[in-house]
Design a protein around this ligand. Structure first.
Ligand code: COA
Ligand code: MG
Length: 305
């Protein structure tokens, strides 16, 4: 399981920004050929991506490429022109606006053909963005569509557009949120995490556009973490440190999980299933909750070394 607390997007048309991203604090770097690149720059962006995946040292960062949607004239050429020459430097391809299992299957088939043709030793994974009404409705089928699939990603901007939900900014709460209890993306986000867990995938939350508002970004990370997400897409290097911190269990959380495991093991040794810890009941479910924290902590520690 890769660690993807933070995924930094960078327009593939911007070479100096790609260089900065490759040396940033991000767990994953995604070179974007889609919405941050205007149509007339798609071809040049592909060439930049090829150069980056072949020449730049990304260290231990996950190397990703976002192709255009399958409803555009760009997607097949994005894969052929970028993966053919540079596939050995690509870990994952991100498919935007996944709306059906067949969308993922198309990318899988094309990747298989390219890998066979080029004789790559690596096998490129897929991450699917769930950001349309169809993506939400068919999330279960999408999540099970390919054994290359590694993550489902929520896309709040496109999802709002597809659902015709009024929304001024990508990923930000606005005055519409006061009209709706909880938050408007809850159902889609919850569905994404559930479909991801059923299939052993990661769940990644979408970007937050107001990159100068650190407090609101941190809140957005905490909401996603609370809902079970593994990490968050970032659009600016200034967002990376907060995402890396919030999607790793805090020291108190880890200490508490260890305490629960010890108390439960003591109780079990005495033949009891439920026990009392600091005035609260703990049982086998607490052990499972504690293990989630400890396993995540171990992955973050491993990355730190
Ligand atoms: N990756 C790498 N470097 C980035 C970056 C990114 N996503 N965003 C900003 N930087 C760099 C800038 O190049 C600048 O570097 P410099 O100081 O050496 O010149 C530095 O960070 C500070 O940038 P800043 O001036 O605060 O922002 P900006 O006005 O240059 O850019 C955005 C703001 C939003 C246009 C830019 O962050 C961006 O393009 N983000 C990614 C957009 C994207 O990929 N969207 C698609 C998915 S939603
Ligand atoms: Mg989108």
């Amino acid at each position: 399981m890769r660690l993807e607390r933070s995924m930094l997007f960078v327009p593939a048309s911007r070479w100096t920004m790609i260089e900065k991203a490759a040396a940033s604090a991000a767990d994953a770097v995604c070179l974007d050929l889609e919405d941050s690149v205007p149509p007339e720059e798609k071809a040049a962006a592909r060439a930049n991506a090829v150069r980056a995946f072949r020449e730049l040292d990304f260290g231990r960062r996950v190397r990703m490429l976002r192709i255009n949607g399958l409803d555009t004239p760009f997607a097949y050429r994005d894969l052929i022109d970028t993966v053919e020459p540079a596939g050995e430097g690509i870990d994952l391809v991100m498919l935007p606006k996944a709306g059906a299992a067949s969308d993922v299957a198309f990318v899988d088939t094309l990747l298989t053909q390219i890998e066979m043709h080029r004789g790559f030793a690596n096998r490129i994974g897929i991450e699917a963005q769930i950001e349309t009404a169809a993506g939400f409705v068919f999330a279960r089928q999408i999540a099970a569509a390919s054994d290359r699939l590694e993550a489902l990603i929520f896309g709040p901007g496109d999802y709002s557009a597809s659902m015709q939900m009024p929304s001024a900014n990508i990923g930000e709460p606005d005055d519409h949120d006061e009209l709706y209890p909880g938050h408007r993306w809850h159902a889609a986000m919850h569905m994404i995490v559930a479909c991801a867990r059923v299939n052993g995938l990661r769940a990644i939350d979408g970007p937050f556009a107001a990159f100068k508002d650190a407090t609101a970004f941190e809140r957005s990370c905490r909401v996603a973490r609370a809902m079970g997400f593994d990490g968050k897409q970032c659009i600016h290097p200034g967002q990376l440190a907060a995402a890396n911190t919030i999607f790793a269990p805090a020291a108190e959380e880890v200490a508490r999980a260890r305490e629960v495991v010890e108390a439960y093991e003591r109780a079990a040794a005495e033949g009891r299933g439920a026990a009392s810890l600091n005035g609260k009941m703990i049982d086998a479910a607490n052990i499972r909750m504690a293990r989630v924290v400890l396993e995540r902590h171990a992955r973050c520690e491993e990355k730190g070394r």
